[in-house]
Ligand binder design. Sequence first.
Ligand code: PLP
Length: 459
Amino acid sequence: INNLSMDKLTPVQLAELDRKHFLHPTTNPKAHAENGPKAMFSEGKGIYVSEMEGVPYIDGVSMLWNVNIGHGNQEIAEVAKEQMSKLAYSSSFNGFSNEPAVRLAEKLATLAPGNLNSVFFTSGGSESNDTAFKLARFYWELNRKPLKRKIIALGNSYHGVTIAAQTATSIPNFHSFTNSKIKEVFHAKPHLTECERGDKNHPDYEGCIRDIVEKEGADTIAAVIMEPVQGAGGVHIPPEGYMAAVRKLCDDFNILLIADEVITGFGRTGTMFGSENWEAIPDLLCFAKGVTSGYAQLGGVMLSQNVRDTIVEYEEVLSHGFTYSGHATSCAVALKNIEIIERENLVANAKNMEVKLKAGLEYLSEKHKIVTKPRAIGLLSAIDLYQDPANNVPFEEGVMAAAKVWEACFERKLIARPIRFAKGMNTIALAPPLIINNQQIEDVVGILDDAISEFSKSL
Ligand code: PLP
C-alpha cells in the first residue's frame, strides 16, 4: 500500500493498515491484530457518527463521555483554523503566555464553584490527576508539612492511566496493569457498597475514608481524590450528602479534597461542574474531556485561592509542566466550546433530558426482568443486568450479558458502553451528547429495549 494517498484508501485497505500498525488503547491486541477495527469512523454530525458510506450510529456515550456539544460543529472548526493560522502553539514555560490560554484561565475562574480561581493546564485527565497529586504534596511541603504525602482514593474509581493516576484508579485490570504503581496511595471502600454505615438518619458513608485517615495519621495524608459521580467504575451516583461529608472530613483533618471532574465537568450531570450537585467545593478540581468536547486535547487543574496563594509565594522554578500546557489552539477551541455550552443552554438541557432518559431506563427495568437500578444524573446514566435482580443473582461470567447487549445495540446503530470489570457486574452506561432531544432519547431507549429483548430471548 506504499505511496497511496489517504483519499484513495478504501475501508478495507484502511482496516489492513490499522491491523498492522496501530496498537489500540483498551482493546484486545490479539483480536485486533487478527480482525482489524470494529468500526472506522469518518464523519460526525450532532449525536451521530458514521463510517465511510455507512448508516449513522447514535453516539450514546459521547464517544468517551467527552463530546458534550456533539460532533461536526463548524464553529469550532473555524476557530481552530483561525487560531492555527495565526499562532497554533506557543510555550507556556519560563513565563511565556498566549491570549487564548489567558482568556480561558479567566473564563474557568468565573465558571468554577467557590474560589477555584486559577488553573494549571495539562493535555488530558490522567495528567491532570498526576498534577493534582503533585500540587497537593507541594502545598504541604510549602506549609512545612512534608510528611503529608499520602493520597486516598475510592474503590470503583477511574482516574486515568499514567502511573500515579493508575494507582489511584481502582478498577482491577487498570489498577494492576504491569504492576506499575506509586507508593502512598490508599483506597477506601466505596460509598455505595461496602461502606454503608450508621443508620438512615445518620449515615456514615465516609467512615471508610476516616478509618484510613485514623490508621495512617492525618499528618501523613495530602489529599482525598474522588469523582463527584463515578463514571467508568459503573456510573455510581453517591448518596445525598456524601461529597459534602467528605469535604467536612477533609476540613476536620486538614486534608485537601481533589475533585476529579474529568467526566462530570462542563454540564454532564446537569450542572456546570459535578461538585455543584453536592454543594462541596474542592481545593483542587481536575478537568479534561468536556472542556473541548473532544475537538482538541486539553485538561487542567483548578486551584483554590488558598492553594494558589501558598504556591505563588514560592520563589524558585515550579518544576512541573507539559509541552502542551496552555496550548493556544486547544484553549481557543475550549473557549468556543464553553461559549456554545452557555449559548445553547446545554447544561439546562442535560438537566431536562435527565427526566426523559431516567423515565426511559425505568420503563426498561419494569418491562425486562433482567434490568435493574436505572439511574441518571444529567446525561450520565446506566442500568445493570442481573439474572435475577430481586434475589441479587448476577449473570454467570460466561453469559457475557453486558457485552452481548452492547453488541446488539451496536448492530442496531446505537453505541452504548458495557462495564463489566468485576465478577457478576454487567452495567450498560449511556451518556449522550448534551444536545440530545426528546425524540432522540426515545430512539436510544427504543434500540436498547430491542437489544435487551433479543438478549433475553437467547437465554
Ligand atoms: N478521570 C476520569 C474520571 C476519567 O473518566 C478519565 C477518562 O475516562 C480520566 C480521569 C483520564 O483521562 P484521560 O484519558 O484524558 O487521561
